[in-house]
Design a binder for this molecule. Structure first.
Ligand SMILES: *Cc1c(COP(=O)(O)O)cnc(C)c1O
Length: 357
C-alpha cells in the first residue's frame, strides 16, 4: 500500500473546486470529514419493504459533530480576512467546533450558550479549548440575537451558519455521500434545528448535479422535534422544548432556505416526538452499534415514522445523517438506558445475576 492511499487531505483541498477558496486561503483543518456511511441492514429489515438505509455518522468528525465541515471553512476564511476573534451562539456543537478550530488558528473565541440547556460534553469541549463561555438567561434564539448584534458592532467574526462559509463547507457532506454511493440517494433524511445543514446538503447535491457528477437529486426529508417545530407549525415557537437540545430552536435562521430545499426536492419537513427520538436513539445503539446524540436520532425517528405510514414505495435508498456523537450527552444516555446492577465482589452473585445458575 502506498502511503498516499491512506492520507487524508483536508476537506477544503479535496473539494476545492466546489468551495470559495483561493491560493491565498490558509487552510485550518483538523482532518474533518471522511465520515463513515454505514449500511443499517437490521434497522432496514425492521421497517420491511425494500428499503436500503445508510447512516452518515457525522459523530466521527474531530469535535464529534458535522459542524466541523462548516467550521474549517469559516475559520480559514476568517484568518484569510485578518480576523483576530470569533463568536457564535450555540446549542453546544457549534461552540465546541468554533472553540477547537479557533484554538488551532490562534484566534480568540467567545461562545454564547442558553444557560442550563447545553449537554455537558459540549460545554466541556468549549471550556478545554479555551473559549470564553458565556451562558445567558435565555434560549438559543436570544443567544443568536445577541451574537449578531455583537458581531455587527465590533470586529469579531460570526461563525454561526449565518456565515455563508459555514454552509459552503457543509455541502461536502453531500459530496461524500454521492462519491461513496456513486449516485445520490433516493431520500436524504436530516434533523432540522437552525436549518443550516438541510440548506447545505441541498446546495451540495445541486452543485454535484450541475457539475454532472450525479444524474438525480434526492428527496429531502427534514425532521424537527415536536415542541420545537416552527417550520412544520408555520410560526416561530417562543419557548421551544425537547430533549434533543441541538435542535431546540424556535426561529431558525435558514427557515426560507429549508422550505426551498423541501419544495424544490419534492420532500417534506415533519416532526417527531421526544419519545420517538429516544426510541430511535436506543434502537440505533442496540441493533446497529451506533451511539448518536438525541438530535441526530431525529432523522431515523422520522424515517421510522414515515415507513409506518407507508410513505416509502418500492426499492429505494435512504441516507440518514447522524449529526453528532452520543458521548456529547452522556447524561441523557444514562437516563434512557437500563440501570447499572450493583453486586458484592462475589462470583456466585455475578453468575446468578447473569442467569448462568
Ligand atoms: C447543529 C445540530 C443540528 C441542527 O443542525 P441545523 O443546521 O441547525 O439545522 C442537529 N444535530 C446536531 C447534533 C447538531 O449539532
Amino acid at each position: 500500500m502506498s502511503p498516499q492511499s491512506f492520507k487524508r487531505i483536508p476537506l477544503i483541498e479535496r473539494y476545492r473546486e466546489f468551495l470559495p477558496v483561493t491560493d491565498r486561503t490558509p487552510i485550518i483543518s483538523l482532518s474533518e470529514g471522511y465520515t463513515p456511511l454505514i449500511k443499517a441492514d437490521r434497522l432496514a429489515s425492521m421497517l420491511g419493504g425494500e428499503l436500503t438505509i445508510y447512516l452518515k455518522f457525522e459523530g466521527m468528525n474531530p469535535t464529534g459533530s458535522f459542524k466541523d465541515r462548516g467550521m474549517t471553512m469559516a475559520i480559514s476564511k476568517a484568518v484569510e480576512a485578518g480576523s483576530r476573534a470569533t463568536i457564535c451562539a450555540s446549542t453546544g456543537n457549534t461552540a465546541a467546533s468554533a472553540a477547537a478550530y479557533s484554538a488551532r488558528a490562534g484566534l480568540v473565541c467567545a461562545v454564547i450558550l442558553p444557560r442550563g440547556a447545553v449537554a455537558i460534553g459540549k460545554v466541556s469541549q468549549s471550556l478545554i479549548h479555551g473559549a470564553k463561555v458565556l451562558a445567558i438567561d435565555g434560549n438559543f434564539d436570544d443567544a443568536l440575537r445577541i451574537t449578531r448584534e455583537i458581531s455587527e458592532a465590533y470586529p469579531i467574526t460570526l461563525v454561526n451558519s449565518l456565515n455563508p462559509y459555514r454552509i459552503e463547507g457543509q455541502k461536502t457532506g453531500a459530496f461524500e455521500i454521492c462519491d461513496e454511493l456513486g449516485h445520490a440517494p433516493t431520500y436524504h433524511a436530516i434533523p432540522v434545528g437552525n436549518a443550516g445543514n438541510i440548506t447545505a446538503y441541498w446546495a451540495g447535491y445541486k452543485a454535484y448535479y450541475d457539475a454532472g457528477k450525479i444524474e438525480t437529486l434526492p428527496i429531502m426529508l427534514g425532521f424537527q422535534a415536536a415542541k420545537s417545530a416552527p417550520i412544520v407549525d408555520g410560526h416561530p415557537i417562543e419557548n421551544p422544548e425537547t430533549i434533543a437540545t441541538a435542535i431546540r430552536i424556535g426561529n431558525p435562521a435558514s427557515w426560507k432556505q429549508a422550505v426551498a430545499a423541501r419544495d424544490e426536492s419534492g420532500g417534506i419537513i415533519d416532526k417527531v416526538t421526544d419519545e420517538e427520538i429516544t426510541d430511535a436513539q436506543k434502537l440505533l445503539a442496540s441493533v446497529e452499534g451506533i451511539f448518536c446524540e438525541p438530535a441526530s436520532a431525529a432523522s431515523v425517528a422520522g424515517v421510522i415514522k414515515k415507513a409506518k405510514e407507508g410513505f416509502f414505495r418500492g426499492k429505494c435508498d435512504i441516507v440518514c445523517v447522524l449529526t453528532g456523537h452520543g458521548l456529547k450527552d452522556p447524561d441523557r444516555a444514562i437516563k434512557i438506558a437500563p440501570p447499572i446492577i450493583e453486586l458484592p465482589a462475589d462470583t456466585k452473585a455475578v453468575a446468578k445475576e447473569m442467569k448462568l445458575v
